[in-house]
Ligand binder design. Structure first.
Ligand code: GDP
Ligand code: IMO
Ligand code: MG
Length: 423
């Protein structure tokens, strides 16, 4: 049985949490493969809203197994808070939440290093979520990291101490003002590790291979988005993992020829949180409207998201890199009421019109070339069938399909599970 993927195609926050939750009824296993608590995946159903950071978005379904794969980085402190939230909602997670022994741990000092690194960059800062993601992946590739499986060893605290001591020296090296009380942070960390150890640690690649052999259906849930990918994103304003399709192979131990459907998810417009280039960013009333109507505030940090028109050059790039087979368009409802809609179909780049994403997409090099489409006035949020959608909405979707050459099979018209329409 092939493994399907669900990937964000923009700068994150496309609505992955909602759609994984909607698709979960079709899957027996949901597996996160990269990123960590920098992610904030929002789910809404039965009048309640839940935000998940490390835990896969299938956790609210009774029988679904949720796996945190080897490519993920886990902060036990944040993870413990997520578990407490599940407990409040009487979710029996112990029987259906598995963690790869090869997943790496975020230590309190990784978070401090993240803060020190950002402070030292001044205006050039990445706009990191400050969850310690960059420093943890650095320790992973530097072959110094501590993995979940290490927690089963007697001497794991010695390993921890050696790494934390090294981190303290590195924090001093940055020569910036980062205040902390390590003893307190460590106590909180040790307590959280005890909670983590109550869960099932597994050899996740073997588990998945067996599940595939048994014909189980598996969906890999991406975090962040393609334009935040460490290789293909807007470097250095990216995250530190492979957010694209290839990341599901390395982050779960699934071979490339075992990938089935690749669902690509995007908003009907574009948002970005944190620093970095954004060619179609709006600084006018239109951008303000998108932010307000779309309630564009980060699910992890609460920061206002920057908003702009849909960038089809960037979206096509993401479709190609990921081998997307089906598209899902989110937040169409937010565009209701715009008389005209713009989509970027090319860039003016150093005096030339180009249709691909060049090496450097900083504002001084690029002006977007827009195509205008007619907007629609109707409120979409109460619609449940494709036949109810306005003509101009369908024209917008069909225009995108023509440019992207991939079918848009699902459109989302509101945050709730039920506000999802199949085309
Ligand atoms: P993720 O990180 O990709 O899971 O996305 P986030 O949860 O960070 O951000 C998506 C936000 O949009 C959340 O607040 C969702 O509840 C909300 N949302 C998802 N789909 C829709 C939609 O179709 N319409 C509207 N208005 N909101 C949506
Ligand atoms: P989900 O999974 C949106 C952004 C940060 C920053 C950059 C690097 O909810 O879509 P990091 O903390 O990784 O060092 O930050 O990446 N970023 C996200 N933006 N959604 C996310 O996740 C993000 N995770 C990281 O804002 O610009
Ligand atoms: Mg998010």
């Amino acid at each position: 049985m092939a493994v399907d993927l669900l990937l964000g195609l923009q700068w994150g926050d496309e609505g992955k949490g909602k759609i994984v939750d909607v698709l979960t009824s079709d899957y027996e296993i949901i597996a996160r493969f990269q990123g960590g608590p920098n992610a904030g995946h929002t789910l809404e159903f039965d009048g309640q809203k839940h935000v998940l950071h490390t835990i896969p978005s299938g956790i609210f379904h009774e029988k679904t197994i949720n796996l945190i794969g080897n490519g993920v980085v886990i902060d036990p402190v944040i993870f413990k808070k997520e578990l407490e939230n599940l407990q409040k909602h009487n979710i029996d997670y112990k029987s259906k939440l598995f963690i790869s022994r090869k997943a790496h741990l975020i230590l309190p000092t990784h978070r401090l290093l993240d803060a020190a690194s950002e402070a030292s960059k001044g205006k050039a800062k990445i706009g990191s979520t400050l969850k310690g993601i960059g420093p943890t992946y650095m320790d992973k590739t530097g072959r110094n990291g501590i993995r979940v499986g290490d927690l089963e060893l007697e001497n794991w605290k010695d390993k921890y101490r050696a790494l934390a001591d090294k981190h303290e020296k590195m924090i001093q090296f940055y020569d910036v003002n980062v205040q902390y009380n390590l003893a307190e942070l460590e106590q909180e960390f040790y307590d959280a590790v005890d909670t983590l150890k109550e869960l099932q640690f597994i050899d996740s690649e073997a588990f998945l291979h067996q599940a595939q052999k048994e014909g189980k259906t598996i969906l890999a849930e991406g975090a962040q988005g393609s334009l935040l990918d460490i290789d293909f994103g807007t470097y250095p304003f990216v995250t530190s993992s492979t957010t694209t399709a290839a990341g599901a192979c390395t982050g779960l131990g699934v071979a490339p020829n075992q990938i089935g459907e690749a669902y690509g998810i995007f908003k009907a417009y574009t948002t970005r949180v944190g620093s970095g280039p954004f060619p179609t960013e709006l600084f006018d009333e239109d951008g303000e409207t998108m932010g307000r109507v779309g309630n564009e505030f980060g699910a992890t940090t609460g920061r206002a998201r920057r908003c702009g028109w849909l960038d089809l050059v960037a979206l096509k790039y993401a479709v190609q890199i990921n081998g997307i087979t089906q598209l899902i368009m989110m937040k169409g409802d937010v565009l209701s009421g715009f008389e005209k809609l713009k989509v970027c179909t090319a860039y003016n780049y150093k005096g030339e019109k180009i249709k691909h994403l060049p090496y450097n997409i900083e504002a001084e090099n690029i002006t977007p070339v827009y195509t205008e489409l007619k907007g629609w006035a109707a409120d979409l949020t109460g619609m449940t069938k494709a036949s109810e959608l306005p003509k101009e909405f369908n024209d917008y979707v069909e225009y995108l399909e023509k440019v992207l050459q991939v079918p848009i099979k699902v459109v989302s018209v509101g945050p709730d599970r039920k506000q999802t329409i199949l085309r």
